[in-house]
Design a protein around this ligand. Structure first.
Ligand SMILES: [Zn+2]
Length: 163
């Protein structure tokens, strides 16, 4: 097993587990990134990817896969090909007490960027509407749209500083 950056996280039960850092990164738009969910009753690290939860092998922290051991079909570790508990080949369950709830909800810069871009478009649209209202002589409506636009623009500005 190669050395990877690890992180110790605290589960709901108060227990701590040390797992690869890559499993606890910010939630990504790309669902092929396995993300730590918690510990299974069997003591496996359970991750979620593609909306599926599966346990990682105790030997290598890899996913399991079907293979042949001799002439028999078996579930093996994807990394070292050792035969593992056949249950690792199926969907894993997590002990309710052993769920991981991240303390801080890290903001995924990619998702935030998309939200801010959409909000910025909305600001432009509100200003355009305000201009139209003003051109038609509806100054009260125009003011309302301008006010909305500047409140939203301010919020976007604040969030851009975080991101
Ligand atoms: Zn292995």
């Amino acid at each position: 097993m190669t050395a990877t950056a690890t992180r110790t996280v605290r589960l709901v039960s108060g227990d701590e587990v040390t797992i690869p850092e890559s499993l606890v990164g910010p939630e990504s738009l790309h669902t092929d990134n396995p993300r730590f969910v918690g510990m299974s009753p069997e003591g496996w690290v359970v991750v979620e990817a593609y909306g599926l939860r599966y346990g990682l092998t105790p030997c290598c922290g890899a996913s399991a896969k079907g293979s042949m051991v001799g002439d028999e079909p078996a579930i093996v570790c994807r990394a070292c090909y050792a035969e593992v508990d056949p249950l690792l080949g199926g969907e894993a369950t997590v002990n309710p007490d052993d769920v991981w709830q991240p303390d801080e909800d890290p903001i995924d810069p990619e998702s935030l960027g998309l939200v801010l871009d959409a909000a910025t478009e909305r600001v432009e649209a509100l200003r355009a509407t305000a201009k139209e209202c003003a051109a038609m002589g509806s100054h009260v409506a125009a003011e309302r749209f301008y006010a909305k636009a500047s409140r939203l623009a301010e919020a976007v500005g604040n969030l851009r500083q975080i991101g």
